[in-house]
Write a protein that binds this ligand. Structure first.
Ligand SMILES: [Fe+2]
Length: 495
């Protein structure tokens, strides 16, 4: 299989430059507190072999590098919207690549992990990841975009060992729905046939595929994992993630009355939740994954623990260490192939798909479906009735919550403006409608909090112009506090 795939040979060559990373933790440098996490892990004598760090400021990454001494660090990027046909056209993409290259260099990360998902599509912004449309054209676009990202990193980033960080695409979670015309593993197979990239298999994400693709109605979880892995390009899996799952807080009120509109025997309506405990079922799935004969490229196995309490992280990691440590000792002791680094180059340049208009139209429809402006009809939305009910949960419960609560609760951010809007009988639901009223061009690097601040001021200006000054004052205070929290060394009054 591998010999007929030129990109696979290139992948293997690049993989040869990456040391075995072992058992790690994927964290956000702001939560949990890394210093106290490190201390607690030391006390329990379960030090992680590497930390995967989510995108943040260069300053925060530099201090993480310093505190880690010689320890391995890897990078979880964001903002390179690899699923989107217009990715390469935006100014933000150029900035995003330079930033990613600088961050990778700073951390000396062997890979750039990026979700094969987006928070921006067809002119609309979202707070959490949306999966791509699972179609052949979409797979082609992901392949072209990923090749371009790898090509630019090859130009802009060189690690101390002379190699370039390898781009890894992570299979994203499903949040109540999926859209497309093909199976998810087949999609990743098409992508990996056209790019020398690696993949990240997230066990919790895989569970959400079982739950929201409707597979749970047709087969057992064990059978689903078996069928999925046999179609997925397992020999490209470089890292495995395990994180928590939970019923989302926006949905909890509904589930206390019912199971959320799903069939009686449906598994719980869990979604990806990094702060939540890891359910046992994910370790059973992981056991099954680790036994797969095609899992030949694995370098790291990490618990994703951002926003989780330190005590819970330590307990879960100690158990993880006990259960999976021996597997990695075996891998570390296996002889690594020394790569002939200078001899190879990419099989071909980063050429782009010429006609992506059809996909742009499909994504425009996708965004309109999510905003509740149009119905989920067409080949990509041929879900059964139960699937549509789950989609409505996304559209009418999860998404409004995301705009009003996630990454900053609007009522707490703009206390005075919201109080006065209430006096005028203006509901914040109108802000959600305003957010999705029309598409807007994307400029600058993605930051959902700052976007929310800007957009709310615009909203107030429109619905209650007399409150504009108050909203602007509150916005300026929010921006200043945010700047200070992210870059404490920068004076708060500096613009
Ligand atoms: Fe993940």
């Amino acid at each position: 299989m591998a010999s007929s795939r030129p990109y696979h040979r290139e992948f293997i060559r690049r993989l040869g430059t990456i040391p075995v990373h072992g058992l790690g933790l994927s964290v956000d440098v702001h939560a949990p507190d890394l210093a106290s996490l490190r201390r607690s892990l030391q006390e329990r004598q379960v030090p992680p072999a590497y930390l995967e760090v989510f995108r943040t400021t260069s300053m925060a990454l530099a201090s993480t590098r310093k505190e880690a001494d010689d320890g391995l660090l890897t990078y979880h990027g964001e903002g390179l919207w690899v699923t989107q046909p217009e990715m390469a056209d935006s100014m933000a993409f150029g900035q995003g690549i330079s930033e990613a290259a600088a961050h990778l260099q700073l951390l000396q990360s062997a890979w750039l992990n990026h979700e094969c998902a987006t928070k921006y599509l067809a002119g609309y912004h979202y707070g959490t990841y949306l999966p791509p449309l699972y179609t052949p054209l979409s797979a082609k676009v992901v392949a072209d975009n990923t090749r371009l990202i790898q090509h630019l990193l090859d130009q802009q980033c060189r690690l101390a060992n002379g190699s370039t960080p390898l781009v890894l695409l992570e299979m994203p979670p499903l949040t109540y729905f999926v859209a497309g015309t093909m199976s998810i593993p087949r999609f990743f197979q098409i992508v990996s046939e056209q790019v020398p990239c690696g993949l990240v298999l997230d066990v919790g994400h895989l569970w959400t595929v079982f739950r929201y693709s409707g597979a749970h109605r047709a087969m057992s979880l064990t059978r689903f994992v078996e069928v999925f892995l046999d179609e997925f390009p397992m020999d490209r899996v470089v890292e495995i993630h395990v994180a928590g799952l939970a019923i989302h807080e926006s949905h909890r009120a509904l589930t206390s009355r019912s199971r959320g509109g799903m069939g009686d025997d449906a598994p719980p309506a869990w979604i990806d939740a990094h702060a939540a405990p890891i359910p046992t079922v994910l370790f059973e799935m992981l056991d099954q994954i680790l036994c797969h004969p095609q899992l030949t490229s694995l370098k790291g196995l990490a618990l994703e623990v951002d926003t989780k309490p330190v005590e819970l992280i330590v307990d879960e990691f100690a158990e993880f260490y006990r259960r999976y440590g021996p597997l990695f000792h075996r891998l570390i002791n296996t002889e690594q192939v020394v790569p002939d680094f200078e001899a190879c180059s990419l099989p071909e340049g980063p050429g782009l798909t010429p006609n992506t208009q059809a996909l742009e139209e499909s994504y425009d429809h996708y965004a309109r479906v999510l905003a509740g402006k149009t119905e989920p009809v067409g080949a990509e939305w041929s879900q059964d009735k139960a699937g549509i009910q789950d989609l409505d949960l996304y559209r009418f419960v999860y998404l409004p919550y995301e705009i009003l609560h996630w990454g900053g609760k609007v009522e707490d951010m703009f206390v005075e403006s919201c109080r006065r809007l209430r006096q005028r009988d203006v509901s914040l639901d109108e802000f959600v409608a305003f957010w999705f009223r029309e598409p807007r061009p994307f400029s600058g690097i993605y930051d959902f909090f700052l976007l929310k601040v800007d957009r709310f001021v615009e909203f107030v200006r429109e619905v209650a112009p007399e409150l504009q000054e108050i909203a602007e004052r509150e916005a300026e205070e929010l921006r200043r506090a945010y700047r200070f929290a992210n870059e404490p060394g920068v004076p708060v009054y500096e613009s």
